[in-house]
Design a protein around this ligand. Structure first.
Ligand SMILES: O=C(O)CCC(=O)C(=O)O
Ligand SMILES: [Fe+2]
Length: 213
């Protein structure tokens, strides 16, 4: 456990019973101005098209095929703006340790990410995803049962995965153009997420039982 869990204020609208254990959700970690500044920075950078969705990797390159982060994958320190965001996550008690790897994911309406557990030997326990621009639903599935829990990720919100929510539940973003939330259809637009992780040194390849997209 990170020890950070207790200090992250839970969003009062999201009851803990509606989230897997170890998963915390918080709105408005970014201001609308910061959100736009991040979008501009990313769009000024180079989006990779190796996957169906576009991605940018910072700190370390994650090898989706080998499911590994090797020492050769080191790209250099996080750029200042991501370093500052990582420091803010630590200062606000979301993360206990500075992240050193960030992946920006872009999802156009109809795009998603299939059910997976983030690479266990590659990354530490705490994983944070910050959402930008458009809402979309994330679905958690308990690996030992058929239980599923949906969570609407709103723009500028922050999601923390630790403990069972990190290891014993998969998470996915269904590839849809809209989501039904509380009986209301919510259209998706272009969404960007920033996922913050800490690389485990000399990480090997992941176990065959895991999927990482
Ligand atoms: O887009 C997100 O919020 C989640 C991304 C994700 O699960 C991942 O990169 O492993
Ligand atoms: Fe993930």
């Amino acid at each position: 456990m990170t020890g950070a869990q207790g200090s992250l204020p839970l969003d009062p609208a999201i009851k803990p019973a509606h989230l897997p254990p170890g998963v915390l959700y918080r709105r408005d970690i970014l201001s609308p101005d910061e959100e736009q500044a991040i979008r501009e920075r990313l769009d000024a950078g180079e989006w990779s098209t190796v996957l169906k969705r576009r991605v940018q990797h910072f700190g370390y390159l994650y090898d989706y095929r080998a499911r590994a982060v090797t020492a050769e994958a080191y790209l250099g320190p996080l750029p200042n703006w991501l370093q500052s965001l990582g420091e803010r996550l630590c200062a606000e008690g979301v993360l206990a340790a500075m992240p050193d790897q960030v992946i920006a994911n872009e999802y156009l309406p109809g795009q998603g990410i299939s059910a997976h557990v983030d690479c266990i030997p590659c990354f530490g326990e705490a994983i944070v995803s910050i959402s930008l621009l458009s809402p979309c639903e994330m679905v958690f599935r308990e690996r030992s049962s058929a239980r599923t829990l949906p969570l609407l990720l709103e723009p500028r919100s922050c999601l923390l995965l630790t403990g069972a929510g990190r290891y014993d539940w998969t998470h996915e973003i269904p590839a849809r153009k809209s989501d039904f939330v509380g009986g209301v259809r919510v259209e998706r637009g272009r969404r960007i997420s920033l996922t913050f992780r800490k690389v485990i040194p000399a990480a090997g390849s992941n176990s065959a039982a895991m999927t990482q997209t």
